[in-house]
Ligand binder design. Structure first.
Ligand SMILES: NC(=O)c1ccc[n+]([C@@H]2O[C@H](COP(=O)([O-])OP(=O)(O)OC[C@H]3O[C@@H](n4cnc5c(N)ncnc54)[C@H](OP(=O)(O)O)[C@@H]3O)[C@@H](O)[C@H]2O)c1
Length: 278
């Protein structure tokens, strides 16, 4: 493999800051895809557990600033916004370096950027199809590689990688999305295994339908906040993978299992997962 070219020097633009004192400690959080409804709900829930500084990395700085305000209200000690376009794969290393410079140490990274377009939306347009794959798959790998270097040198830090239930599914109308998310999922699940020996880790989450701007809303979908509750529990339990049940699956599970038994199975699965590290 050819050696990777040296990263260009990082030019850090004037960041936006909260009124909180600089240098405040706590658990730092970087959100890549900073305006994602799922990611913001997870970040809020994490801040509810432990405050700390946050970097909101997003395409649109005005919208990122709205999120930063929301996270300040949720307990962020400082909140910065930086520009990030996940489709610009060669910029990933620079953006991650910029975030690290602001946070000093990165404790949690939420990788949430992505797009959903079905075959009607793509309409046989090859450029649009390749753009979707570039963002969901190549863009995610680019940030994963940049984060790997950082977490290895810190010997700490955890990535929450937002995959999707249909990753790898056979989907007549959304094969490109499912395939791109399958690549995402395999990459981050594998990264977990290679990072663990150095003290860093990855939690791959696979939500079902969630009511967010990404897809047409449906009354049976989960809310981002419902997803966040499960993610933060899995994060606290040190899990490596979390497949989230849809509302319908929960209803069926409750009907098939008495509630107490279901609770016990969940607890036992968490214990086993912790013990064997998956
Ligand atoms: N909603 C669901 O049902 C569902 C289910 C399973 C998995 N997921 C996954 O969850 C993740 C987050 O989606 P969400 O449901 O929270 O929807 P969302 O609120 O629409 O979030 C999607 C995020 O991706 C960002 N994004 C899109 N293109 C980008 C680009 N070129 N560069 C940087 N950021 C870009 C969007 O930024 P802008 O604000 O700039 O558009 C937005 O922040 C996605 O990866 C999705 O695949 C969603």
């Amino acid at each position: 493999m050819p050696a990777r070219a040296a990263a260009p020097p990082v030019v850090v633009p004037e960041p936006t800051r909260s009124a909180a004192p600089a240098g405040a400690s706590g658990r730092s959080v970087l959100i890549l895809g900073g305006t994602s409804a799922i990611a913001v709900a997870i970040a809020e829930a994490l801040l509810g557990q432990q405050s700390g500084p946050v970097v909101v990395a997003a395409r649109d700085l005005d919208r990122a600033e709205v999120v930063a305000d929301r996270l300040r209200s949720a307990g962020a000690t400082e909140a910065f916004t930086i520009r990030f376009n996940g489709a610009e794969v060669h910029e990933a290393e620079r953006v991650v370096a910029e975030a690290v410079q602001l946070l000093k140490r990165v404790d949690v990274v939420i990788v949430a950027f992505g797009n959903y377009v079905d075959s009607d939306g793509l309409a046989g347009d090859l450029e649009a199809t390749l753009d979707l794959v570039t963002l969901n798959f190549l863009g995610a790998i680019a940030v994963g590689e940049a984060l790997t270097d950082v977490l290895r040198s810190q010997r700490s830090g955890r990535i929450i990688a937002v995959s999707s239930r249909p990753n790898g599914w056979t989907m007549e109308h959304a094969g490109t999305y499912a395939a791109s998310k399958a690549g995402f999922d395999t990459y981050f699940a594998s990264l977990a295994v290679s990072l663990r020996p150095v003290g860093a880790d990855v939690l791959v989450i696979r939500p079902p339908g969630v009511n967010t701007p990404l897809i047409e809303n449906h009354s049976s979908f989960l809310t981002p906040e419902e997803v966040a509750v499960e993610v933060v529990q899995a994060f606290s339990d040190g899990m490596a993978e979390l497949t989230i049940l849809s509302r319908e699956e929960r209803r069926l599970a409750r009907r098939s299992f008495p509630r107490k038994l279901l609770g016990r199975v969940r607890r036992d699965m968490r214990k086993v997962s912790r013990r064997i590290g998956v």
